[in-house]
Design a protein around this ligand. Sequence first.
Ligand SMILES: Cc1cc2nc3c(=O)[nH]c(=O)nc-3n(C[C@H](O)[C@H](O)[C@H](O)COP(=O)(O)OP(=O)(O)OC[C@H]3O[C@@H](n4cnc5c(N)ncnc54)[C@H](O)[C@@H]3O)c2cc1C
Length: 375
Amino acid sequence: MKPFDLAFIGLGAAAMSLVTRLADSRYSGRVALIEPVPDPGDDRTWCGWPMNDHPFSHRATRRWSQWAVSNARDEVTAGSREMPYEMLRSSDVRSVAMAAIAGRDDWVLLAGRALADARKTEDGWRLTLDDQSEVEALWVLDARPPKLNLSRPWVWQSFVGAEISGPRMGDPDQVRLMDFVDDAQPVASFFYELPIDPRRRLIEFTRFTPTPADPAEMREQVDGLIRRRGWQNARVIRTEQSHLPMAPIPGYDRDQWVRIGTAGGSMRPATGYAFHAIQHWADGAAAALLEGRSPPAPTRPGWLDWLDGVFLESLWAGPATASDQFVQLFRRVPPDALSRFLMARGRPLDTLKVLNSLPVAPMLAAAWRHTRRRS
Ligand SMILES: Cc1cc2nc3c(=O)[nH]c(=O)nc-3n(C[C@H](O)[C@H](O)[C@H](O)COP(=O)(O)OP(=O)(O)OC[C@H]3O[C@@H](n4cnc5c(N)ncnc54)[C@H](O)[C@@H]3O)c2cc1C
């Protein structure tokens, strides 16, 4: 049988984003999709500042035009009507993607199966799945999570969240992006709260930490905040947790094999945001494939990763300094410029405004330490 044009390893955010665009644009190639988890359910929410509409925009659960960042000493509120903060449920994104895939009878979804082995052929790749079936494809787009050992300045973003429902769940219009806890843990810890509607709220506890943090301890932090707010009788609708690598992903050079999504470096090291960067990559990848070109890997300028390294290095000075730095960033940089910068889509002037907001001497010291460690 003729090989597939594309084989996706993993039907997560990156694969769903690209195949939805390809199906919507009547891409003529044949596509195979390999995914071990048949239905992950509503296992995550994807938030961030969208820079453009994307194929899932109409399914956004909510958009907010106000947000707050605080620590024990200070609080800053900011916002933008033009560039609101957006939340999507993974289950909604999946239903759009699955409808697009179902419209293509020449595409094959191999759910409940994982990649076990891959061999290069003359034309492309022969993939062996864990049920011993085989798939041949010209191009492989691989979203399997990378295995990484991180060292300073890079850290893990460990988080545990609970979506709760009850009466009077606080201000429904303001996202609390980071409420820092100046505890003794390196490098920084904070609560994150999304008021989904007046009766529903996602509450997460996050640590930027040298080694993945204990989920049970983080769940206690979430429960503690729920009790302090008087919401202990609220119903827990769903939970989510993970450890995300806040680090650049090493390059990968295999003929006709592209790493995509987090595995391809779509996640910004200093923020952990990836979903909207994936949308940007998917726009470019769909355009390339529709013009008959090769699928591109995600890219980000090397200097931005260096800058993220310097910023993360500066956070190692201690939790209080780290939280002050974030508060100042949100206070001093105009919201739209900061949102573009955080989404890795900053204009040169946005980057200058961010650099101008940071304390000069500690950043120069961090730049020196980071550069010396890399050389
Ligand atoms: C709980 C959670 C919340 C997040 N929240 C945000 C957020 O708010 N904003 C944001 O920008 N980013 C967020 N992220 C980060 C990032 O956007 C997501 O991790 C996103 O899902 C990355 O997309 P991806 O395609 O790279 O990987 P995934 O979506 O994780 O997809 C990878 C797929 O590969 C499959 N796979 C694994 N092994 C194999 C194998 N051997 N063979 C075949 N398939 C395999 C997996 O089952 C999975 O479906 C979050 C991540 C998590 C985990």
